[in-house]
Structure formats: C-alpha cells, structure tokens
Design a protein around this ligand. Structure first.
Ligand code: MG
Ligand code: ZN
Length: 468
C-alpha cells in the first residue's frame, strides 16, 4: 500500500465522516426529515449540496456479504503489528442494503432478481432478468444512461450474459436462457444503436455458436473484437469493443495468469470510457462475479483471492475519483453467499495464515492431484503449508473415479478446519449487505436502503446531470 493511496483514501473517508456528523448535529425534527428525504430518491434534487456526477461506476460484488469484507481485513492483516490494518473497503463504507426479492420468491434473493432490483428499481422473482413479475421488459439505468447520451460499458469476471450483467442490459424471463440473452445483447437497440460501447468478460460459447456467430455480427457493425488480456492495452477509444477472454468465465483468480484481472479490465475500460470526444459522461457496470462462486463452493481460499482482486479494483477507483472528481463510484453486493462465519464450532479462532500462500484454486488442485504419486506432498506444495499425518491420511480415499466435487470437499475440509471457517449453506442468505460509495452525491447512498432504491437514486442522478 503506497502513501499517496492512503492519503487519497483518508481524504475521502474524512469527507464521508463530515457529511454524517453534519446530519447527526441537526435538530431532532430535521434529522427525521433528512432521513426520510434520503430514502426518497425523488428528493435527491431537494438536497442543494448534492452535485450530480457526470460519470457513474456501479460495482457489484456478487455474493459479498458483510463477513467477506471483515474476513478480507483479517486476511490482509500484518501480524507484526498489534492493530488489524484497515482495507480500502473500510474507508468507503456508507450504509447497508436490503436484498429481499419480490414476495413470491420469499426473502432469499438470487443474483438475477437482485440485479434487476438494482438496475430497474423493481423487485422481481428469482431468475428474472430485467423484468418484473408481470414479465414485461423494464428500463434499466444502463438504458437510461444510453438514452441520455452517456457512453455505456461493462466488465465482469463471469461470462457477460450471466445474471448480473444481463439484468442491466436486456430482459428475459429466465436467467438460464443464455443463447436468447446473448442474442438480445446483439439484437436490442436504443435509438438504433447497440446497448453498450464496450463489453469485457467471458462468453465464447454463448457468442460463437453454430446457429449464430454474434462476434462476427458485432464486428460487421464496427466493433473491435479482442480475446486476450494483452490486447487491452491497444484498444481504440473511438471504436466500440467486444472483449471475450474465456468461455464460461475467466479463470479463478488463483488460477488466472492475471490474478487481479478485474483490476486489469477496470484499468482498461475506465480510460476507454473517459476518452469520450463528445464529453457526455459514462455509465459503467463492474462485477466481481466469482466471490459468489467461492461462497457456493464454501471455498475460503478462493473467496479471499477474489476479494483481493476487488480490493485492487477499488483502490484504483479511489485514486481515479481523486483525480476525476466528477465520477461517482458505488459498490455493493446483490446478496450474501454460503453463510460464511469467521470462526466456527465454538472455537474462538480464525486463522487466515493457511490461505495466504495458495498456488492454485481448490478445483484445480483437486483435478491435478489425481495423477500425483505423492498426493500429500503435492497438496502441501499447492496449499503452501505442510499437511499433518491425519490430513495426508484423509487423501487416501481419493481416486480418479471419484466425483470431482467429492475430491474438492476433502480438500476444503482441511482448509476450513485449519482456518476455522464456518459455512451454513451452499446457497444464498437474506442478510443485509454493505453499501460503499465515494465521489459526488455519495451521501445519497448513506444509511439503510432497499436494493430498488439504488436504481431510483441512479435514475435521478442521471436525469439531474444529463437531462437537457
Ligand atoms: Mg453475478
Ligand atoms: Zn450465487
């Protein structure tokens, strides 16, 4: 961590604190009014101090419940100091978000319903992409931005037609209709134009199909197509871009040639969108997609590696906003995944030291170890610590005929026991998630809010800054 970064961060943190303390010093009656107004997006314009941002960057950390943010702080702690050092997240926290979906899906949301709530302002059923329970397509904040003349873009670590990015781009009654959703990415138009100026992530199989080659269609419409990270440095800002760097997803952070690839995509896409000859502003969606997948897998090593990529991304954005004070950055999660607990089984202990030297992801280690003669030695090398005899013995049952998930479960047992990490589910939970924001109008996102409020606030800010 460099000193200039800390300086930038503390300045932003001070700005946030002063906003909150001004509110808390106000007379009680005004305080209540202020709180009511803050909840009501329509009243954003009533706040004279709230300058609407020219550019908005919405970051979604899929599955990142509050425990992930705390765990990352312990994961990054310097053990030589008494204090647990803060992370980038600590300096930008402004509130919390209620994540529940439409009543017909209960209170535990999936990524599609939650992204739809955050992109359109409408609660929907689990699985819905960009539409409500009436199954009518809805306008998203990305659509509004495009209509108002802003450039638009997205960068994710899943494939780009996955639930979260899809819910900002198109409408479909089921998130799993990937081919239809990919078709809509190409076929849907706003004012006769494609929806996004730049799209980065994975998705070869969904875009290059036997029945339809969407990459060629985009190229025919003037898009430059790239398929390796090193081409990011040479993208032409005057031409739209489709960048697909993997099939179903980018590799796990622990397996990727670039372990902070969201950071890398962000460092390319932000300058690309900012190099706008019309000076019209931009709306960008970023997603740290695989925190959720680590949570589903109850895999704390990958969860922390994905968090590290997100942290590097946010550090870049903090510096960026320091230099470009016309840009608002919002970060939240769509829900929490895995029921992660930092400590488990009545033992007052959590030890991240066992996951700080991982060489590969658990799924990759599980696959590769099948051909190793000394499995215990191989796993010790990959985990970065020496397995004890009991752990080595637990590998004896593993053979090439075993279900890969069963092999992975044996390895994750070792890691969860060593670190004393708890998990209560392989699915999602309904806990409120953290809200982070910095830049102009960041204070609009303070306090506890509904996920639908996020869309309403962004719609209002876009209209304020850009409606002619
Ligand atoms: Mg997602
Ligand atoms: Zn999930």
């Amino acid at each position: 961590m460099t000193t200039p970064y800390l300086t930038a961060l503390s300045r932003i943190a001070i700005a946030t604190v002063s906003i909150l303390s001004v509110a808390s010093c106000a007379p009680v009656a005004d305080d209540v009014n202020a709180a009511t107004e803050q909840k009501d997006a329509a009243n954003v314009s009533a706040q004279p101090s709230a300058a609407a941002p020219k550019n908005i960057i919405m970051v979604i950390a899929d599955g990142m419940g509050p425990a992930y943010v705390s765990a990352y702080r312990y994961f990054m702690d310097n053990p030589d100091t008494e204090a647990v050092e803060t992370t980038v997240f600590d300096g930008i926290l402004v509130g919390t978000v209620r994540t529940y979906p439409h009543q017909q899906s209960g209170v535990v949301t999936d990524s599609a319903a939650s992204a739809t709530a955050m992109s359109t302002g409408v609660k929907s059923y689990n699985g819905a992409v960009g539409m409500g329970v009436d199954k009518q397509p809805l306008e998203t904040v990305l659509h509004r931005a495009h209509k108002l003349g802003l450039k638009t873009g997205l960068a994710v670590t899943s494939h780009i037609v996955h639930a979260t990015p899809a819910s900002y781009m198109v409408a479909n009654e089921a998130r799993g209709n990937y081919a239809q959703i990919a078709d809509s990415f190409y076929d849907d138009r706003i004012n006769g134009e494609h929806l996004a100026d730049i799209m980065l992530g994975a998705g070869w199989g969904h875009f290059i199909r036997e029945d339809r080659n969407l990459v060629e269609l985009f190229q025919a419409d003037g898009y430059q197509y790239i398929d390796s990270y090193d081409q990011l440095s040479s993208i032409d800002p005057s031409v739209p871009v489709l960048g697909l760097f993997g099939d179903g997803s980018l590799p796990w952070a622990l397996d990727d040639i670039d372990p902070t690839r969201l950071h890398t995509l962000t460092k390319a896409i932000v300058p690309y969108l900012a190099a706008d000859t019309q000076d019209s502003g931009y709306f960008l969606l970023l997603e740290a997609s695989q925190i959720d997948w680590a949570g589903h897998g109850n895999d704390i090593a990958s969860a922390m590696a994905e968090m590290h990529d997100l942290a590097k991304t946010m550090e870049y954005l903090v510096d960026y906003v320091e230099a470009h004070p016309d840009t608002l950055v919002i970060l939240t999660a769509d829900h929490s995944t895995g029921g992660l607990t930092i400590g488990a089984v009545s033992d007052y202990r959590w030890d991240a030291s066992y996951i700080q030297n991982f060489k590969k992801s658990v799924p990759t280690i599980a696959a590769n170890m099948l051909t190793e003669t000394d499995k215990g030695q191989y796993v010790s090398d990959m985990f970065g610590f020496a397995l004890n005899q009991q752990e080595i013995d637990s590998l004896d049952v593993i053979n090439a005929d075993m279900n890969p998930r069963a092999v992975q479960a044996i390895l994750k047992d070792i890691i969860n026991t060593r670190t004393n990490t708890g998990w209560t589910t392989s699915g999602h939970t309904a806990v409120d998630v953290d809200m982070f924001a910095f830049g102009p109008s960041a204070q609009v996102f303070a306090g506890n809010q509904n996920n639908t409020d996020i869309a309403e606030k962004i719609f209002t800010l876009l209209d304020q800054a850009h409606k002619k």
